[in-house]
Design a protein around this ligand. Structure first.
Ligand code: SF4
Ligand code: SF4
Ligand code: SF4
Ligand code: FES
Length: 353
């Protein structure tokens, strides 16, 4: 179907919202409560647009694109509404972009910047909230929470861990973990999906925060998680050639095997790459002690031991175990070694166990 956004004729697919269609065509409409993985929530009104022939402003995240629609994303009425949204959110918390871990990667900050808001025009007397640093991997700053609900939907419906929920009522409503426990004492499994979808600095990762490295300072390379056979696609964030943190790849996330999510291993288990304890050469045992050896020496030793067993007890005394943590090609090569070189079918794979 064809519709017009800000004077541009664009193509949209059946099932797309006005927001989807705009974003697919590089037109910026802010969205604070909507995220592609958590869906529309209709909580923030950051995404409002004007549609010709329709009364009032419409939330573009919840309005299906229709043939012939004429949409305006930047009229004075739209901008004034967005300005009010940002002003109220800034006033209803404690936002200090100068020291915020999310600065440069924050959707509220970007919105304020696009609207030319230099400082909050409203000031509410909101009591400060304590920082929750109880979790090994995640820091919660309730002072910066805009109650968009993305983390709650992500935890409840996307990863189905059901740790986060909205608790209390009215003005006291807030995101809580289990029955309002510190995150580190809750049933959180540290998948990190809530952090990945949080639009602001209310949920951040402990590692980069301690290292004083903001997401906007890192460069990301797409890698495949080495931990299991799912093959999750990870954006591996690096600064000065050192690992900083991992995020599930957002680009084309629907087509990734992990659908934009990670488990605790992919999320927090890749810092080994810079570990000084990492083995960088093979070890062989000499006089009861493991000592570094060349690859040639190590491979010759393994080959001679295998041959000794084969000659003494027959080929079927040998068994080969392969791993889901290596590539299919490496697994294939190992079964060829077992079957063709040694002549045994004693070959198995940890993913089957
Ligand atoms: S959460 Fe966003 S708006 Fe709030 S202080 Fe951090 S960067 Fe600024
Ligand atoms: S890390 Fe995962 S399990 Fe823990 S609160 Fe966030 S989404 Fe829920
Ligand atoms: S913690 Fe983040 S994702 Fe969750 S409601 Fe607050 S701002 Fe939204
Ligand atoms: S993003 Fe549309 S209402 Fe929040």
């Amino acid at each position: 179907m064809k519709l017009t956004i800000d004077g541009r004729s664009i193509e949209a697919q059946e099932g797309q919202t006005v927001l989807d269609a705009a974003r697919a065509n590089g037109i910026y409409i802010p969205a604070l409560c909507y995220h592609p993985r958590t869906g529309k929530a209709g909580r923030c009104r950051a995404c409002v647009v004007e549609i010709e022939g329709v009364r009032g402003l419409k939330e573009s995240c919840a309005t299906p694109a229709r043939e012939g629609m004429v949409v305006h994303t930047d009229t004075p009425r739209v901008m004034e509404t967005r300005r009010t949204v940002v002003e109220l959110l800034l006033a209803d918390g404690h936002h200090n972009c100068l020291s915020c871990q999310a600065s440069g990667d924050c959707e509220l900050q970007r919105m304020a910047y696009m609207l030319g808001i230099e400082r909050p025009g409203l000031l509410f007397d909101v009591p400060p909230e304590p920082l929750d640093e109880s979790s090994e991997g995640i820091v919660r700053e309730a002072d910066k929470c805009i109650q968009c609900g993305r983390c709650v939907t992500a935890c409840q419906n996307t990863v189905v861990n059901r740790v986060l929920a909205f608790g209390y009522r009215g003005h006291h409503a807030r995101v809580i973990a289990d029955d309002d426990k510190p995150l580190g004492e809750s049933s959180c499994v540290l998948c990190g999906e809530c952090v990945q979808v949080c639009p602001v600095g209310a949920l951040t990762f402990t590692g980069p925060r301690k290292a004083r490295i903001r997401p906007s300072e890192t460069t990301a390379t797409k890698v495949t998680c080495p931990y299991c056979g799912v093959g999750c696609q990870i954006d591996f964030h690096v600064k000065d050639n050192r690992y900083v943190y991992s995020e599930a790849t957002e680009t084309a996330w629907e087509r990734q095997p992990n659908k934009g999510m990670l488990c605790v291993k992919g999320r927090f288990g890749l810092d080994f790459v810079d570990s000084p304890e990492r083995l960088r050469s093979p070890l062989v045992r000499k006089d009861g002690k493991l000592v570094e050896a060349s690859w040639d020496e190590a491979l010759d030793l393994v080959a001679s031991k295998l041959k000794t067993v084969q000659e003494a007890h027959g080929t079927d005394a040998l068994g080969f175990f392969s791993s889901a943590k290596v590539t299919n090609e490496e697994n294939y090569a190992l079964q060829r070694l077992a079957r063709v070189v040694f002549g045994t079918n004693n070959i198995d794979h940890c993913a089957r166990l």
